[in-house]
Design a protein around this ligand. Structure first.
Ligand code: ZN
Length: 421
């Protein structure tokens, strides 16, 4: 095996030790000390390889090769933060692959075998996961102007810490001007089963699903769990439990595998064993291939949730949150992936992403290439997440090719991806 691939694997498996959990996962939620340590590793690696490091106002970290003074930058990257008890591949794989692809491109520039038109920057986006600080895809959305910087910096985690404070605590509240982008590329684990099922090592992502969240605020009345007779209770948690089931059951109204839904977060007040809950806040997540299915599911839920409120004589407010339109990735980028795969002797196929990624907001402002490698069993956001070394190396080889083509300006005349229904 060539030294670059050996070095890549050594780096990948090293970063997996930062915030490692007992069953081979990682816990590096945004702005925690473990996340800070992973980012220190990133900075050190970049500086050791001759890259200049910049940190912007929302903590996105860029490692730059400025080959052509004043030219725009091809960005390539992903994220080093994780879910609680998350997997070691989600995000980190794409960042480490990007560093190695960039160093490889720089070696070619230095030896005179590659003449770039654009500069290259590896980026570690801040808070892609959105576990501690919702919404997800935060840093890249601020970068593209889809989210407001001051609102995001003031966002609090459940303990009351703001994004600004968390960034300061890990030395990542920057003041640097971010590089001006001309294109973006990202490689990521699929987090689904399609590539594994089809036995294909490379996925060219052609579109993202329509997604939205619902913030549901259930307001009952606090009372004594022992002394209050049943007919006098306005139990917010029982009503919330009904809502959780409604969210799960709504998918039954649609064709199989066309829509997914879940409630992943729930806060109960006052959360005392001796008190009938006063208040519950929960987040429902709806995602579908077609926008109209998400809208229909939302309508059904709004109606049924109000039925629960009426029946229980409590108040339930529902607000839309984190709405993301379907994005199509540019055809020319898909063809670039397919051609690079053919040249490398690898099979590829087109597929959609049900998960959100930093590439989705980036695709709104610059032509964007998103690639997947297989996830064993399709599992993700858990310690069991796994991708083989062989598949990671195939993705790295693809990313190296794509980065060179983008730096040559191959997608310069391509319009960014479009949101469609
Ligand atoms: Zn990710």
């Amino acid at each position: 095996m060539a030294t670059t691939t050996l070095n890549f694997l050594a780096d990948f498996h090293h970063v997996a030790t930062i915030g490692a959990t007992p069953d081979h996962g990682v816990e590096r939620q945004a702005g925690t000390p473990e996340h800070g340590r992973a980012r220190e590793w990133f900075r050190g690696w970049a500086e050791d390889h001759g890259m200049a490091v910049r940190v912007d106002a929302v903590g996105n970290t860029f490692a730059l090769y400025e080959w052509v003074p004043g030219a725009d930058f091809v960005l390539v990257g992903s994220h080093l933060d994780s879910q609680p008890l998350g997997g070691r591949f989600d995000g980190a794989y794409g960042v480490i692959a990007a560093l190695h692809a960039a160093a490889e491109a720089d070696a070619r520039v230095q030896e005179g075998t590659f003449v770039p038109k654009h500069n290259l920057a590896v980026v570690d986006w801040f808070n892609e996961e959105g576990a501690r600080f919702p919404p997800s895809i935060m840093g890249s959305s601020v970068f593209t102007g889809a989210m407001d910087l001051e609102t995001i910096l003031a966002t609090r985690d459940p303990q009351g810490t703001t994004v600004r404070e968390a960034l300061e605590s890990i030395g990542c509240l920057g003041r640097d001007e971010p590089p001006r982008p001309v294109a973006y590329a990202e490689v990521h684990i699929e987090q689904g089963r399609i590539l594994e099922r089809e036995r294909v090592p490379i996925g060219a992502v052609d579109r993202s699903w329509h997604t939205q969240k619902l913030l549901v605020h259930v307001q009952g009345e606090q009372s004594h769990t022992g002394a209050t007779i049943m007919s006098d209770r306005h139990d917010a948690l029982v009503a919330a439990a009904r809502v959780v089931l409604l969210v799960e059951q709504v998918v039954a109204e649609f064709p199989p595998e066309s829509i997914v839904s879940s409630v992943g977060q729930l806060f109960v007040e006052p959360n005392s064993p001796i008190v009938v809950p006063r208040e519950v806040r929960l987040v429902a997540d709806l995602r579908a291939e077609r926008k109209e299915d998400v809208l229909t599911a939302r309508e059904i839920l709004l109606r049924r949730i109000q039925d629960v409120a009426a029946e229980r004589e409590i108040r339930i407010d529902v607000a839309d949150f984190d709405v993301r339109e379907i994005q199509r990735f540019p055809e020319e980028g898909l063809e670039l992936v397919e051609k690079s795969a053919r040249e490398a002797g690898l099979e590829s196929l087109r597929l959609r992403t049900m998960a959100g990624h930093d590439s989705v907001p980036l695709n709104r402002i610059v032509p964007t290439v998103m690639m997947f490698v297989p996830s064993v069993g399709g599992v993700s956001h858990c310690e069991r997440e796994f991708t083989t070394d062989e598949d990671m190396l195939a993705g790295l080889a693809m990313l190296q090719q794509v980065v060179l083509k983008l730096a040559e300006g191959q997608l310069d005349d391509v319009r960014p991806g479009e949101a469609t229904a």
